[in-house]
Write a protein that binds this ligand. Structure first.
Ligand code: SAH
Length: 206
C-alpha cells in the first residue's frame, strides 16, 4: 500500500527521491483513527480529533520538497497535528522542533514519536504565531495551517539563507515560499493553491 501511495505521488509530480523514501518509511496508518486505517495510504486528508486533520500525503510531500532540507538542518514545524509531517522531516535528516496549540494533539503526537522511534523530535504546546524563540534561529520553518498573513516572528526566527514555507490565504491558500537572503532581505515566491485548517491564535488546554 505504501508503494502504491508513492506511485500516486510520483504521478502527481513529486520527484524528490529523499522525500519519497521518507514517506515510504513511515507507517501512516498508525497516525489515523482505527476507522480510517484501511484508507491510510490513499492520498487524502483524514480527521485526527480536535477538529483537525492529518494533511494529504501529496501536501506533505509538496511542502517537504519546497523546504530543500539538508541533513542536520534545524526545522521548526508549526502545527504538529498527528505528528506525521514531523516524522517525515526527521526521516529526511532534519533536527525537528514542532509546536501545536491543542493539548490533546500535542500529547498524542508525543506518544507517536516515542512509539515510532523518533525521540529526538522536540514537541511543544505553543502558539505558533510566536514561533519558538528559545531555539531560534532555524534553517527552515514550515507552517501546516492556513495563515491569514505571514507572522513577523517567523520571519525573524529564520536564519539568513533560510526558507519558510507557509500557505497564505482565507478560504484557499497560496503556498508561499520565503527565502531570507540576509538580515534585511526576503524573497517571496507564490506557488500552488491548497486548503488547510485555520492557523488560530492562543493555545487550547483540555
Ligand atoms: N502537520 C500536521 C497537520 C496538522 S493540521 C500533520 O502532519 O498531521 C494543522 C495543525 O495546526 C492542527 O493540529 C492545528 O491545531 C494546528 N494549529 C493551528 N493553529 C496553530 C497555532 N497558532 N500554533 C500551533 N499549532 C496550530
Amino acid at each position: 500500500m505504501r508503494r502504491k501511495l508513492l506511485e500516486t505521488l510520483v504521478k502527481k509530480g513529486i520527484k524528490d527521491e529523499v522525500v519519497l523514501s521518507a514517506i515510504g518509511a513511515i507507517p501512516r496508518h498508525l497516525f489515523l483513527d482505527g476507522a480510517f486505517e484501511e484508507q491510510a495510504y490513499e492520498d487524502r486528508a483524514f480527521p485526527i480529533g480536535a477538529e483537525q486533520t492529518i494533511s494529504q500525503p501529496y501536501t506533505v510531500a509538496y511542502q517537504t520538497t519546497l523546504l530543500e532540507i539538508n541533513k542536520r538542518d534545524t526545522v521548526l514545524e508549526i502545527g504538529t497535528g498527528s505528528g506525521y509531517q514531523a516524522c517525515v522531516l526527521a526521516e529526511v535528516g532534519a533536527r525537528v522542533f514542532t509546536v501545536e496549540r491543542q493539548e490533546e494533539l500535542h500529547e498524542s503526537a508525543k506518544r507517536m514519536f516515542d512509539l515510532l522511534g523518533y525521540p529526538r523530535i522536540r514537541a511543544y504546546l505553543r502558539d505558533g504565531y510566536k514561533g519558538l524563540r528559545e531555539f531560534a534561529p532555524f534553517d527552515r520553518i514550515l507552517v501546516t495551517a492556513a495563515a491569514p498573513y505571514i507572522p513577523d516572528a517567523l520571519l525573524e526566527q529564520l536564519k539568513p539563507g533560510g526558507i519558510l514555507v507557509i500557505p497564505v490565504g482565507k478560504d484557499r491558500q497560496t503556498m508561499t515560499r520565503v527565502r531570507r537572503v540576509d538580515e534585511k532581505d526576503f524573497v517571496y515566491e507564490e506557488l500552488d493553491a491548497f486548503r488547510f485548517v485555520p492557523f488560530l491564535k492562543g493555545i487550547n488546554k483540555r
